[in-house]
Design a protein around this ligand. Sequence first.
Ligand code: SF4
Length: 367
Amino acid sequence: LGTPTPPPLLAERRKTRQLMVGRVGVGSDHPVSVQSMTTTLTADVNATLQQIAELTAAGCDIVRVACPSADDALALPAIAAKSQIPVIADIHFQPKYVFAAIEAGCAAVRVNPGNIKKFDDKVAEIARAARDHGTPIRIGVNAGSLDPRLMAKHGRATPEALAESALWEASLFAEHDFHDLKISVKHNDPVVMIRAYEILAEQCDYPLHLGVTEAGPAFQGTIKSAVAFGALLRQGIGDTIRVSLSAPPVEEVKVGTQILQSLNLRPRKLEIVSCPSCGRAQVDVYKLADEVTAGLEGMEVPLRVAVMGCVVNGPGEAREADLGVASGNGKGQIFVKGQVIKTVPEHQIVETLIEEAMRIAEEAGET
Ligand code: SF4
């Protein structure tokens, strides 16, 4: 049979340093990974682990947990030990929680050394502890918490200011010969964010974590993130991604996964190719597409399923897919790998597609 041809990519990945976040490799030698962040109180170990399990099931590769209090820090060993995916502790200002997270076995820590330097110069100690435990650090610069010095210099959170801030933060670790870093420069405006990452990508070889911060509710946030990540990934920029939505974090993972699948950066699984419907439609395409999507949700085998509303473009698209239907006159022509295998009454279209999808999956040995 030979090796299947890999799907085409839009760009070579930007060459970066490599690092390991637990068992997940991050950098240009590794696939782009999807991250999210828990919304539970971290100190509530059971609730946090339950949410991490849901994120894992949705395809999340790495999870971040906030650690704003001593109780949260105390919960980290149990969470790091029991989570199915690597856990990053997110810490602001408090060096003692950074040490606790490293000791707890967290796979990485998100902390900005600039924050810590202001209070107490613990950066050297953090670099030493992180090196001793093999714990990478993520530096996360956000427009909303930009260093006042850079705010004064640039007047606002410009792309140049975000990139300069991140490189300055990285230099505080580099001074101590610590380079196991991943960097993000988030802004809620995709245009500013894209430019900031482009500048950063030119000026360093650290892996980059992409995010449009405070991207908004699901609809707006999905679009902003997809556009921004697409513009960067198209240039090979981006090693991990997080879609920030004002919605449950499982939704972030679903959107992030779809973005990567759309760009062939992750194998496509179920893909519904459904038409937008028009005056020629002879079936309720929206309902049919929703029912087929719901019926096939969770299929692990890669499957392209065409749902077409009429016999004009329907048969052509349905033939290109693994499985498809072209509807018309109260009936559906069912296609498998380009061949019409049967014609069924409209009310049997969904069940027939599901049956055929199961059969294809079984033949592929995936059920
Ligand atoms: Fe219209 Fe048919 Fe095209 Fe659907 S497949 S958009 S119904 S022409």
